[in-house]
Design a protein around this ligand. Structure first.
Ligand code: CP3
Length: 353
């Protein structure tokens, strides 16, 4: 396929400017989980879809909820509405979302569980998601970038092995210690499958990609190197070979002091920082690695609103002025965020000089 160059797309889509080495101030902005339950229009569409995964697998509805925050706030980027757990679901490890409790999967306990996965069967569900991407590229304003995404192999594996979210990811960390060969096979399957999944999103019209590694912060440094850095590096090398003009953001949440290593060794074009990352460290990351830095407003501050919100937004903008920077939250937007606080945030960032 032929793609426009990054520099050409960046002319029309501000979000891409920092990746193309072009200056952009006020900085481009979008918010992780910008489509979701804090918006009444999302709740309405969600109710017609039945289950959450039905929504992810209904291109017309998934495209609609992706567009909702763009219509309301005019963010510089939209993010495909889907979920990182679509990948295990497509591999045949069925995912259920229990209302108020989160995702549930039948946990993979051993080598047998890994060999029951069906990478050859993922095409059907991935094509549905690609259909959402095509619709979006057709329906989005031309100036809005479209971000495709997947979970990083490590984070997705924590759900596949644990069967649910957990505060310490103990089940996956234990399998990685006790039976590293089996765990490596699982990670390898996720690398292959995720590269295929992201490739389909690019072919369907995604402008940029983000790899969510929400649980990168729970690993010892040697395990971080093996299960976070190594698989991400392979994924990025494979994607860059096919699509050199597609910027890739990594979000190694909680990686803290390992963030610079992550940025240098994986080959990401940008790094998304969580709330606890000090602004000074974000500046150093931008200057030291030359990568785009994204982040990192506390999602709770967006619930609180008011002067506290304004002051922190100003602090972030002052610190990141002149850097290759994208304004975002440090983690996903929370369900009880008043939509008017998001309006206030957008106005504040957009009026930054
Ligand atoms: O707007 C966007 O950012 C795009 C859509 C998106 C969702 N999930 C929709 C969603 C994205 C990028 C994700 C990523 C995701 N999903 C991550 C990585 C980022 C992070 O938050 O750390 C993870 C770990 C998941 C797995 C997941 N999905 C969990 C643990 C849950 C349950 C928690 C919850 O908020 O209910 C989900 C469900 C989910 N994914 C919802 C949305 C809008 C809420 C479900 C609903 O509407 O009922």
């Amino acid at each position: 396929m032929t793609l426009e160059t990054l520099a050409q797309r960046a002319q029309r889509r501000r979000f891409l400017k920092p990746f193309a080495g072009q200056t952009a101030w006020p900085p481009p902005m979008w918010l992780m989980r910008q489509a979701g339950r804090y918006l009444p229009e999302y709740r309405e569409t969600r109710a017609t879809a039945g289950s959450f995964l039905n929504l992810c697998y209904a291109p017309e509805l998934a495209a609609e909820v992706t567009l909702q925050p763009i219509r309301r706030y005019g963010f510089d980027a939209s993010i495909l509405f889907s979920d990182i757990l679509v990948v295990p679901d497509a591999l045949g490890q069925e995912v259920r979302f229990v209302e108020g409790e989160g995702p549930r999967l039948d946990p993979i306990e051993d080598a047998g569980g890994v060999s029951r996965l069906k990478p050859e069967a993922t095409g059907e569900k991935f094509s549905i998601v690609a259909e959402t991407v095509s619709r979006l590229r057709r329906d989005l304003p031309d100036e809005t970038a479209l971000i495709g995404f997947c979970g990083a192999p490590w984070t997705v594996a924590t759900y596949m092995v644990g069967g649910r979210g957990s505060p310490d990811q103990a089940a996956a960390r234990l399998m990685a210690y006790r039976d590293p060969e089996t765990f490596q096979r699982l990670i390898d399957i996720l690398v292959e499958t995720s590269v295929d999944y992201l490739s389909r999103q690019v072919e369907a019209g995604a402008d940029a990609l983000q790899i969510f590694d929400s649980w990168a912060g729970s690993l010892a440094d040697n395990q971080f190197a093996r299960w976070v850095v190594a698989p991400t590096r392979v994924m990025i090398a494979r994607l860059k070979e096919k699509y050199p003009e597609i910027p890739i953001l990594g979000f190694p949440r909680g990686a803290d002091q390992l963030s610079a290593l992550f940025a240098a060794e994986t080959g990401v074009d940008g790094i998304s920082c969580n709330t606890a990352m000090p602004l000074r460290a974000m500046v150093e990351l931008a200057e030291g690695t030359g990568r785009v830095v994204q982040g990192n407003l506390d999602p709770l501050l967006l619930v609180a609103g008011g002067k506290q919100l304004d002051d922190r937004v100003d602090e972030i903008l002052t610190a990141m002025k002149g850097k290759k920077f994208i304004f975002n939250l440090g983690h996903g937007i929370l369900q009880f965020t008043p939509p008017e606080n998001v309006t206030r945030l957008v106005e504040r960032v957009r009026s930054s000089e």
